[in-house]
Design a protein around this ligand. Structure first.
Ligand SMILES: [Zn+2]
Length: 373
């Protein structure tokens, strides 16, 4: 028992050392000792092991301020790479990330989903092309994290419900059967939320609202996803915003989705969100009115989340990426609704504008690898 707990402590120390080197980029033994609260010899022994594993390397020395110059250590960040694959109704997104969680490559391609062998075979071909084009060494690949627009069960075996792909209770093996890699699966909004909080200490508690062609969300508590009793936590699109309001694709009336999905806006400019916001900048009256109404509805939703969770709230997805430009206006709308605080800095703009879901899916395998060290 003592031995196994000792091994556990050693393992945790090694993992913390690796995380500190990955985050620091270039760091000395004394700096690591101070940051981790480890003794000098403990740091050194962990660093030696990580060097042997090919995950850390010596990258020179720091300038001396008197006395011996300290060696600088850095990560061999691309010692392992993870791929993220985002499947949507009409596109796929592909990313590669290194162990530091940094984006190495990103591609988005049109590819209409169909539940067919041809689709899954083409998916495998596109993945191989991506690996070759980006010169990703196959022996370094940890696997593929796959983000799906629907509810994924707790053991990642079933896609239980996807309105977007028109699927119910489909085995996730379907998506990975042509891919010769170890695969993990995650809901798209959960993946995007996870990507946003990854290594962001101040964002440990976050409600993430995804404003794309449908509205989704993720609830992260202490950096971890809260799934709920039926894996449906964060289905924020189906919170009722207006009793008996507009019809939602789910069959109910007045859901947030019917007021805050991106198509409400892009539908006014031939499907292009970019053109919609150009029109808002040109102060075209119909578009301005629609944008004002959208912001007001979004403010209600965000304020409700703040009242419920008392933590940071972030908007991402297609519309989230444009929101920062209108941050002042939106902040005023939030402040007006809040009985406790005028400070709206709890509301965050997303960091990842493109490929957030693919990135979050890829990080699942990075985390598996680091925790398994
Ligand atoms: Zn609905």
């Amino acid at each position: 028992m003592a031995d196994s707990s000792n091994r556990e402590v050693k393992k945790n120390n090694r993992i913390r050392t690796l995380r500190a080197v990955l985050a620091g980029g270039r760091i000395s033994q004394p700096a690591l000792a101070a940051e981790l609260g480890h003794s000098g010899p403990t740091v050194l022994s962990n660093i030696r092991e990580l060097i042997q594993l090919g995950l850390v390397e010596e990258i020179g020395v720091f300038d001396s301020t008197g006395g011996r110059r300290a060696k600088a250590f850095g990560p061999v960040a691309d010692a392992r790479l993870s791929i993220g694959l985002e499947i949507t109704k009409s596109h796929i997104g592909l990313v590669a990330v290194d162990l530091a969680g940094s984006l190495v490559a990103y591609r988005r391609q049109e590819m209409a989903f169909s539940m067919s062998d041809a689709y899954f075979q083409q998916l495998a071909q596109r993945l191989e092309q991506f690996i070759q084009n980006e010169k990703l060494a196959p022996q370094r690949l940890l696997g593929v994290g796959i983000s799906l627009p629907g509810i994924v069960d707790e053991r990642e075996r079933l896609l239980t419900d996807s309105h977007v792909l028109q699927l119910k209770d489909v085995s996730t093996d379907c998506f990975s059967r042509c891919l010769p890699y170890s695969c993990r699966f995650i809901n798209d909004a959960n993946a995007a939320g996870l990507a946003e909080v990854y290594q962001q200490e101040e964002l440990k508690n976050l409600v993430y609202l995804s404003l794309s062609d449908s509205v989704g969300g993720a609830i992260l508590i202490d950096g971890r996803l809260y799934a709920g009793d039926h894996r449906r936590a964060g289905e924020l699109g189906h919170n009722t915003l207006v009793p008996n309001g507009r019809p939602c694709y789910c069959g109910k009336l007045g859901c947030l989705d019917s007021y805050c999905n991106a198509q409400i806006l892009s539908g006014m400019t031939g499907g292009s969100l970019e053109r919609f916001f150009e029109g808002v900048e040109e102060r075209r009256p119909a578009l301005l009115a629609a944008w004002n109404e959208y912001l007001e509805n979004l403010a209600v939703a965000v304020n409700n989340l703040r009242m419920t969770f008392d933590c940071n709230v972030m908007a991402g997805g297609y519309v989230g990426s444009y929101l920062e430009e209108y941050g002042g206006d939106f902040s005023e709308r939030l402040a007006r609704r809040n009985p406790f605080e005028q400070d709206t800095s709890y509301f965050k703009f997303c960091r990842h504008r493109l490929g957030a879901s693919a990135l979050g899916a890829a990080l699942l395998l990075v985390e598996d690898f680091i925790r398994g060290l």
